[in-house]
Ligand binder design. Sequence first.
Ligand code: FEO
Length: 392
Amino acid sequence: MHKRQIKEKIHWMGAVDWDSRLFDSLIPLPDGTTYNAYLVEGSEKTALLDAVDPPMADELMAQLDEVPKIDRLISHHAEQDHSGTIPRVLDRFPEAKVVTTPKAKGMLIDLLKIPEDKFVTVTDGETLSLGDKTLKFIHTPWVHWPETMVTYLEEDRILFSCDFYGSHIASTDLFVTDQGRVHEAAKRYFAEIMMPFRNVIKKNVEKLKGYDIQMLAPSHGQIYDRPAWIMDAYREWILGAPKNTVVLPYVTMHGSTKIMVDHMVASLVKKGVRVELFNLTVTDIGKLAMALVDAGTIVIGTPTVLAGPHPLAAYAAFLANALRPKAQFLSIVGSYGWGGKTVETLAGMIPNLKVEVLDPVLCKGLPSENDFKALDRLADAIAEKHAAHGFG
Ligand code: FEO
């Protein structure tokens, strides 16, 4: 695809990746993604903002055939899907300097072996004049690496945000056309990589409050020409209270855990609690991560296998622990044949979660009437906790 104009002397460049289905060998990409770079041509200097993932480098390099000069290459984030092609751009434009944070400079040297004399580092709030266009660099650490920054183009009031506010959607649309679809993809992306850092990111969100942002141009997905809604959505994901929702990832082997889970779901629904259920043998972990953004309670359903939780349940606990969602309560339901340490093992896997653990319910073999009553008591406790904490 050719470079595409966003505004006068400002172009989208980069690549649409229709085929990728997994990022970092971990994160599902059901709709592919885009790697967005941006060209800003001032009356004196030209800047390229970010580059693309190395497998897509030829597309960017072909677009750069039409560009007579690059004076500054702005690197918002050292991760290779945006920085990996920088060495090729520097080979093509040897006069260009890489503009980045001091921390990113070190990381780019480590990751890509870019020579030290190619860098200009910028402090938080520093500006760079391109002539009739001014770039202001705002340090926004931990989106989702420690070195990240964003750039505000003052005259055009555009924020170039890299991963921040991005979404993984391959599309020929330059601007957001389907807000519902982008909302889901952006929430998934926030959940997968930014949620663990939300206490730092909220400071970045606050920092951007004072800027008049007319357009928000991330480095994945489509450009927001009406950005207020996505900025509000981020505020809700980061600062909003948990919802009256239970996320229930489970796995079953011979059916006992499934019977308990089904009873638990029905009991919770009867008490007015919403449930998001995930059978871990078929779960898209991005969907599970997204559900964890708002949930008030996590309940893990697992049979006992090899004296502990099923490995898929252990994976769900590990993931929840790593993502550090805002849930405030957690419990475990499941079954065992003759014994084991399922509850102790799972409880030991979630040190990052600031949750109150509610009495687990584990049954021997098929659940009995007493087990169903215990599940009803657990559902009651969850409903009461949610109501007492005002989870809506
Ligand atoms: Fe899109 Fe953190 O890279």
